[in-house]
Design a protein around this ligand. Structure first.
Ligand SMILES: Cc1ncc(COP(=O)(O)O)c(C=O)c1O
Length: 388
């Protein structure tokens, strides 16, 4: 009856049942998994007025999206010091859709994508819905920070591999793609004729990158590289639904790739006219919007740093993004028991490391976006629980 792609058998788990019961009983839960910027009390005045452009009354379909929106995205890259031709940008309705179009472009059912571990859980679903498999490659952390396990990545390439996915900075580890890893990935992908899909939704939220070593792939000359991003994070406007693909394809392959991606994109044309017309206006307020988010992230991060010395957890190195990863000793209570007890007894919602496929038990992932008062109270409750 249904497609085998939907065969995930996800039962309603105890965690969501506890949260549902609490909410039904009218209890206030401190949600440290909240990563929706429209729900954490950060104001964005003026956002709605940009939607009133009368030009939106006209339907002007184009596989890559409206030129003025693509130009404003190219302007965003120019501000970052990267030259991107608007003709090499495809507008989508979200970053998720950008992934989906690229999978359709690059892979047949049964092919494989190499994805980082730990990372963003939606990658598994996005791949499965397009009939492809994910094979993971590890991210490793040590005193120097995070890096890709390049030999494991190389060893996991098969004749079905079509692309390597990189999330920079990664969700939830906050790790940027470093130049050394970037060069190694480019070399491997060129040698095996693999595409590189780089998710840069959190790129602008550098929290600590003292050596300025975040390497973008937009200027990678020989690789087939597709950068995906969107306004859900760049402008903290997830409700407006606009993402994009910025393609960096070697010149001799450009016509082949451009025409094929046009064909895929032309089948959906899902970004709405009002949102595309408003995007250049919103992009002009990018700095203010991001400043509000960054202030919040830094404030909560400094609270965490102040707590860390006496806390029963240790924060993993964090360079950017909207999350912090806390490592604890799971001997008394496992990760799962901890998040269940936190929800049931302490009324705090927090994500366990296994949501993100951490290699072993003993991690909690907290969002740095919540209201600082709630954040500190939630972290105090977590500290008390982990201390026993
Ligand atoms: C790493 C990463 N990529 C993509 C997305 C989804 O972005 P969009 O809302 O544009 O689909 C998210 C959402 O949290 C994310 O964390």
């Amino acid at each position: 009856m249904y497609s085998a792609r939907l065969d995930w058998k996800i039962p309603p788990n105890r965690f969501s049942l506890i949260i549902e019961c609490k909410r039904r009983a009218g209890r206030h839960l401190i949600d440290l998994s909240e990563s929706n910027p429209t729900r954490v009390g950060i104001e964005n005045p003026g956002i709605l007025t940009a939607l009133l452009d009368p030009a939106s009354l006209l339907y002007e379909p184009h596989p890559r999206g409206l030129l003025k929106a693509r130009e404003s995205i190219a302007g965003y890259y120019a501000d970052r010091g990267e030259i991107v031709d608007p003709e090499r940008i495809w507008i989508t309705s979200s970053t998720s859709e950008a992934y989906s179009l690229l999978i359709k472009l690059l892979a047949d059912p049964g092919c494989e994508l190499l994805v980082p571990r730990p990372s963003y859980p939606l990658l598994d679903f996005l791949a499965a819905l397009d009939g492809v498999q994910v094979v993971s490659y590890p991210l490793i952390v040590n005193a120097a920070g995070w890096h890709i396990d390049i030999s494991a990545l190389r060893a996991n390439i098969t004749d079905r591999t079509r692309a390597v996915v990189i999330v920079s900075p990664n969700n939830p580890t906050g790790s940027y793609l470093r130049r050394k890893d970037r060069d190694a990935v480019i070399e491997i992908c060129c040698r095996h004729d693999l595409a590189i899909i780089v998710d840069e939704v959190f790129f602008d939220y550098v929290l600590d990158l003292s050596d300025g070593d975040a390497g973008s792939l937009l200027a990678a000359n020989d690789a087939l590289c597709f950068v995906v991003s969107g306004i859900s994070k760049v402008l903290a406007l997830p409700q407006m639904k606009l993402g994009w693909i910025a393609a960096n394809v070697p010149r001799h392959r450009w016509t082949e790739f451009g025409n094929s991606l046009d064909l895929v994109a032309d089948t959906y044309l899902s970004a709405s006219a009002p949102v595309q017309h408003a995007t250049p206006v919103w992009m002009n307020s990018r700095r203010e919007i991001q400043e509000g988010i960054r202030e919040r992230l830094l404030r909560n991060l400094s609270e965490l740093k102040a707590m860390e010395r006496r806390a029963p957890w240790k924060m993993l190195p964090i360079e950017g993004g909207w999350y912090a990863v806390l490592e604890f000793n799971p001997v008394r209570e496992s990760e799962e028991e901890t998040i269940l007890a936190l929800a049931e007894q302490d009324e705090v919602i927090v994500h366990p490391g296994f949501f993100f496929d951490f290699p072993h038990d003993g991690f909690l992932v907290v969002s740095l976006l919540p209201d600082p008062g709630e954040f500190v109270e939630g972290m105090n409750r977590i500290g008390r629980r982990l201390a026993g």
